[in-house]
Design a protein around this ligand. Sequence first.
Ligand code: TAP
Length: 476
Amino acid sequence: MSFEYAPAPESRAVVDIAPSYGLFIDGEFTEAAGGKVFKTVSPANEEVLSEVAQAGAEDVERAVRAARKAFEKWSALPGAERAKYLFRIARIIQERFRELAVLESLDNGKPIRESRDSDLPLVAAHFFYYAGWADKLGHAGYGADPKPLGVAGQVIPWNFPLLMLAWKIAPALACGNTVVLKPAETTPLSALFFADICRQAGLPKGVVNILTGDGSTGAELVAHPDVNKVAFTGSTEVGKAIARTVAGTDKKLTLELGGKAANIVFDDAPIDQAVEGIVNGIFFNQGHVCCAGSRLLVQESVQDELLAALKRRMSTLRVGDPLDKNTDIGAINSAEQLARIKALADAGEAEGAERWAPSCELPDAGYWFAPTLFTGVTQAHRIAQEEIFGPVLSVLTFRTPEEAVAKANNTPYGLSAGVWTEKGSRILWMANKLRAGIVWSNTFNKFDPASPFGGYKESGFGREGGRHGLEAYLDV
Ligand code: TAP
């Protein structure tokens, strides 16, 4: 069955989206030098939300130059002064909370409950947290007077547009760097609203510059010779290309790439609690999460009981209108991403895994995918190895903790993992053995600005968040 989706006018009214936006360079919105623009659409109904400028090489040049010029004064400000701006930005984000949450759900497709209760609170928390560090850098463990790097070129993905911006911009500014940030092509709007917030906060011109564009804009930015630091979050493929570009230069690089996390459930785990953790692990943000618990490893003896409970719970999930507070799973971010998810799910079936999804109504227009479960998955299957980045869970089984560790570690990635058991000693043993930057126990997808986040292997290197997140933006 299908139906037509249209956002409720009252929620749409809290955000005023202009028909077009320019690039944000040196404190001003400006057209792209080449005059090119592209459209950004709501993935929930394919409605055009706005037209934004497409930055080219000349715009990258202008933005980097503005950031370089601003660096001199910004880096010389006492940390306490920089902190004032960051605190101000954090407070404005709180004041404009509803507007930003609705905007993010419109442009990205994520449920408003998540942008309201997860993304936006974490965005504000990040600015508050790093504002607190700005005048204490000498106590961060990197020497008495650590220096910033200069101009940071930052490229972010579409899954948590404003949160990824916060993860990148807040520590960079706290340390005294200036930034040029490129948001993803499919979710440029919240970064442009953030530019407006920088103006509202009176941030000196050129300290933050936002260049909307496509992959070529990102490539120009990271290759620019006057960029001192490159920070990238996105696919492993693009991350490798960026590493090649930066190789042989003195640019500092941090990469936060893909993941294929194992969510491991032992037979002594409280089943109902584990089911909630599994659902949150894979269906949060439509599964567009680098640390998503996309592989469920369940101990064989509780497999039947757990899967029955999981299917019951999945049958209650509501897919649809991102602006409806009761929605659990919103729209897939783009037609391309939907095609990727479909192709990998089809590969799962073709390779012999068994596919299951609850019956659910999906809207006619827009990009949608029902929450899906694969059983009978083997380690060689593509759905056990490749990042699907969608609401698709691959289930594998194990008998012993050693087998669970071996299977969990058997992917090219190493970002996160979850362990569900009553036994404290087992949690510690597993956390040591799992090759994952983050290990959650009896919970999943918990984030805190004070806690460092990052991976091993093809999940990238460098840490974001916490004291460790400062290191990426200091000359240490
Ligand atoms: P990417 O292509 O990696 O996009 C991430 C960011 O990099 C976007 O801003 C993108 O711009 C930009 N970019 C693209 N090509 C570039 C280049 N050559 N040099 C510099 N910047 C470049 O990811 P995607 O295509 O959106 O998603 C593809 C897959 O990546 C997904 O299916 C998922 O598996 C994975 N992914 C992982 C993450 C995380 S958080 N680990 C996030 C997003 C995607 P445009 O948006 O304009 O292309």
